[in-house]
Write a protein that binds this ligand. Sequence first.
Ligand code: FMN
Length: 161
Amino acid sequence: MENPILRRTAIRKYTDEAVSTEDVEQLVAAFQAAPCGMHEAAVMQACVVTKPKLAKRVEEAIGGAGYGAPVLFLISTKHGSPFGERDASAAAENVMIQAADLGLGSVYVMSGALRLNDSPALKQELGIDDGFDTVVLVAIGHPGEAGKNEDRSKRYKVVRN
Ligand SMILES: Cc1cc2nc3c(=O)[nH]c(=O)nc-3n(C[C@H](O)[C@H](O)[C@H](O)COP(=O)(O)O)c2cc1C
């Protein structure tokens, strides 16, 4: 399947192979190209964790919610911003589609990402600014499983008028 939008499915198992620096930079570029409400780019930021020891500590803090992925793409938004979580979801999709285009697997993680907010010292060490809540984690790596092969062509109700 050529189209990375259609090819993307949630992947929750990854091989041990590291993601190349070039690929990480493409993921960052996809994040940077994401839309933001009212052009308020300052209400969203990302922290991309690729150092294995640090990734392990993040995984410990979030109860393994990142599935041991070699890249933990943490997206944080300014507390109280009306756009924050919407911006973060749009950006996460950009990152996941870019990952699919690179042949990488990914999954959008919400609940585990929120758990990082219970570890303010670690957040500070990661460089996440004060006043920012981590709202989405995109776990990314070389796929260690095939994604679900379900027919998604009718997943949602779509009304054509
Ligand atoms: C808002 C949102 C929250 C999600 N939270 C989690 C999560 O905490 N953990 C997880 O493994 N997957 C999570 N997912 C991934 C979904 O389970 C997955 O996208 C869904 O089952 C559809 O499968 P697909 O992505 O393969 O089409 C989340 C997805 C979205 C959009």
